[in-house]
Design a protein. Structure first.
Length: 341
């Protein structure tokens, strides 16, 4: 029986997955196979050829999936995020590393079956960076891809190692084997800053104080921010994140000088974000009570990212700066979301 051509999206019910599945459905030219440990909501599931509940650690499930579908593109979004990973580091390593290895194996097998490369899109994170203290962070400014790769979290370690795994599979796979040859894996990774979505509630990210602020304000709930008011890291609106994933996936391989790229939208302090929330929601009650342990993690991340390589190699440009993110994306959509509740 002939297999059905499809794109695989793991972690499909997460923040990135939710937006990506919707965008892929809008194009109408690919069938989406969605995989997540949680069932997709009905509306999102309707955008998929099939929506599977399952674990990326289940190799039998992945084998069954590829027996039915011909996968030429994988968006591997499934992960245990940074905050939760610090409570269950061994589980996080298993999911974030072993799970990624399982998906890379799928890509190798599919490339061999199809006789052409399989594109493997991987969202990495600013968590791969690790600056030792605030003075170094402020002096460093915008970090490029190869600077300060000394992460302090399990999530950051996992993401950095998964980047290396992807690069190995793409460029050095089985290099000493008697019949060594290309694996067929076309691995491409984006190092995202903190992501802000108007349509999904944040869950488990250490940069989630930004979206948590505005979601709380829109619901009339007080919010106690777990970082200092002067804390500064880069962020990106979710539409730009999805545009970046799709643009990198569509770029000719010949134009890509590296497998891993920084992308960013804007850099802002927690206080500046809170001021914008208060402007949009005058009744917002936002206070600051830094959690020393979570603060230390955020302080180890860069205050900005250098995305010059992405701009040069595949024309990346963020459409949403800080003002547009709030005025055109977050405030109207979040206001409608909670007005309907």
């Amino acid at each position: 029986m002939a297999r059905t051509p499809a794109v695989l999206v793991t972690g499909a019910s997460g923040e990135i997955g939710h937006a990506l599945v919707q965008r892929l459905a809008e194009t109408g030219d690919v069938d989406v196979v969605a995989l997540d440990v949680k069932a997709l909501d009905g509306e999102l599931a309707r955008h998929c050829a099939v929506a599977l509940v399952g674990d990326i650690l289940d190799r039998r499930l992945l084998d069954r999936l590829t027996s039915e579908f011909e996968i030429d593109t994988i968006f591997h979004l499934a992960a245990v995020l940074s905050t939760r990973a610090e409570f269950v580091p061994e589980t996080a390593h298993e999911v974030n590393v072993d799970g990624t290895l399982n998906l890379l194996r799928v890509a190798v097998d599919e490339a061999r079956a199809l006789g052409r490369p399989v594109r493997f899109l991987f969202p990495s994170s600013i968590a791969v960076y690790g600056l030792p203290d605030l003075s170094v962070k402020r002096a460093a400014g915008r970090l490029a891809e190869d600077e300060w790769l000394t992460p302090t979290t399990m999530y950051g370690c996992n993401k950095l190692y998964a980047e290396h795994l992807g690069r190995y599979f793409a460029r050095h796979y089985r290099q000493l084997a008697p019949q060594a040859g290309p694996s067929g894996v076309d691995f491409r990774a984006l190092r995202f800053p903190g992501l802000i979505s108007a349509f999904t509630v944040p869950s488990g990210g250490t940069s989630d104080y930004a979206p948590e602020m505005i979601h709380a304000a829109a619901q009339g709930r007080p919010y106690v921010c777990f970082v200092r008011a002067d804390t500064q890291i880069p962020f990106m609106a979710m539409p730009d994140a999805i545009d970046a994933l799709l643009a990198l996936g569509a770029a000719p391989a010949s134009s890509l000088a590296r497998p891993i790229y920084n992308v960013t939208g804007f850099s802002a302090t927690a206080d500046a974000l809170a001021d914008l929330v208060r402007t949009a929601f005058p009744e917002a009650r936002i206070t600051f009570a830094p959690d020393p342990r979570r603060q230390a993690i955020v302080d180890s991340w860069p205050q900005d990212l250098d995305d010059a390589c992405a701009r040069r190699d595949w024309g990346f440009r963020a459409a949403y700066d800080l003002t547009r993110t709030f005025d055109e994306y977050l405030v109207p959509n979040i206001t409608r979301r909670y007005a309907a509740v």
